[in-house]
Design a protein around this ligand. Structure first.
Ligand code: CTP
Length: 133
């Protein structure tokens, strides 16, 4: 069985998230998703996620192309997660291109194209805008 693993915050779930998870699963037989803890998200992005870790775990684990989820507590534990979950392929969006090549001695590393024109950051900005109509 080919195991695929990917990581992310997946806050304010959107179609870009669906697209990458669906394509990641298609690269193997089993998809594991590491979801950033609230603390890890704060340290990476300087803001608390809008949806808590419990909500993000519930949303991602409900997808038919996701087989297993866990909380990613620290970026430094990446190699350990890859080994513990016995991953064959690490998938990341191409905004991370090259950054995960150091794990190529543990598993294959594949970067998938991001879905254009959508991100959690952009949704937060749009929702915050006062309406002018
Ligand atoms: N992703 C994607 N296409 C998008 C947005 C995200 O393929 N339009 C992918 C990212 O490359 C990553 C995963 O979805 O592999 C989780 O990304 P995350 O950082 O949680 O989502 P973003 O929308 O990029 O969040 P932010 O705006 O806060 O950076």
């Amino acid at each position: 069985m080919k195991k695929v693993i990917t990581f992310g915050t997946f806050d304010i779930f959107h179609v870009g998230h669906v697209n990458i998870l669906e394509r990641a699963r298609a690269l193997g037989d089993y998809l594991i998703v590491g979801i950033s803890s609230d603390e890890l998200n704060f340290s990476k992005k300087g803001r608390n996620p809008v949806y808590s870790i419990a909500e993000r775990l519930k949303i991602i684990s409900s997808l038919r192309f996701v087989d297993e989820v866990f909380v990613e507590e620290s970026l430094e534990l990446k190699a350990q997660y890859l080994r513990d979950f016995d991953a064959d392929v690490l998938v990341m969006g191409d905004d991370w291109k090259g950054k995960f090549d150091i794990y190529k001695d543990i598993c294959d590393v594949v970067y998938l194209e991001r879905t254009p024109s959508i991100s959690t950051t952009e949704i937060i900005e749009v929702v915050r805008q006062p309406r002018d109509n």
